[in-house]
Design a protein around this ligand. Structure first.
Ligand SMILES: O=C(O)c1ccccc1N[C@@H]1O[C@H](COP(=O)(O)O)[C@@H](O)[C@H]1O
Length: 218
């Protein structure tokens, strides 16, 4: 039996990126609002891109430790379906953001070893979704989007968490099917693995990534 998973293409920067993601079957596209990222958008640029996103594809704003002022600016200008919090936001802050903006919130959890998995339980009530990503290296400029994978064996047998979750971190068209098989993920998120250079999405890689998420049961 063939199972189609949901995929998020994060860090789209142009109408062509949006078209490539939507036509390939992405269920989410991500707009990055983090100045150090090569994928960072101005609020007005994101609003223009949001207008290009077809119905059925969710628009996600990725922020890192954003203040209310920053989130006010983003949410007042960009039509959004979800907020992704990718910094050190506490469970209380996640709940506050969810209540203040009335949008579903996805909290990123960085994983390097088994101990990090305890974070998942801490956030599972406050967040609508969890993004289980590789923990960034110490002193990295970016808390995500580094093209680094974690040991997927840490998630083996844990696919029945109550809170919906996405797998992220170092996914590529070449490894995503194996990552899905090992973790049981039903949703995957990718940024650098579908780029030809940092911040430059590649339509062929986006298509190959989405095609590879169609996993055939044995
Ligand atoms: O993509 C970015 O630039 C980024 C910046 C700051 C925080 C998170 C970011 N991206 C997120 O990280 C995951 C994993 O990225 P990658 O596929 O390993 O490059 C990505 O899916 C985004 O959600």
């Amino acid at each position: 039996m063939s199972q189609t998973l949901s995929a998020k293409i994060c860090g789209v920067k142009s109408p062509a990126d949006v078209v490539a993601a939507a036509q390939a079957g992405a269920r989410y596209v991500g707009f990055v609002f983090f100045a150090k990222s090569p994928r960072c958008l101005m609020v007005k640029e994101a609003a223009a891109l949001a207008a290009e996103v077809p119905l059925g594809v969710a628009k996600v704003a990725l922020t890192v430790n954003a203040t209310d002022d920053e989130l006010d600016q983003i949410t007042s200008v960009v039509p959004l379906d979800m907020l992704q919090l990718h910094g050190k936001e506490s469970p209380e802050r996640v709940a506050e953001v969810k209540a203040r903006y009335g949008l579903p919130v996805m909290k990123a959890i960085g994983i390097a070893d088994a101990e990090d998995l305890t974070q998942i339980d801490l956030y599972s009530d406050a967040a609508d979704q969890l993004l289980i990503d590789a923990k960034p290296p110490k002193n990295a400029d970016l808390p995500g989007g580094n093209g680094l994978a974690f040991d997927w064996r840490l998630l083996a047998g844990r696919k029945y968490w109550q809170t919906p979750w996405m797998l992220a971190g170092g996914l590529t068209p070449e490894n995503v099917a194996e990552a899905i098989r090992m973790t049981g993920a039903r949703q995957v998120d990718v940024s650098s693995g579908v780029e030809s250079a940092p911040g430059v999405k590649d339509a062929d890689k986006i298509r190959a990534f989405l095609a590879a998420t169609e996993v055939r049961d044995a």
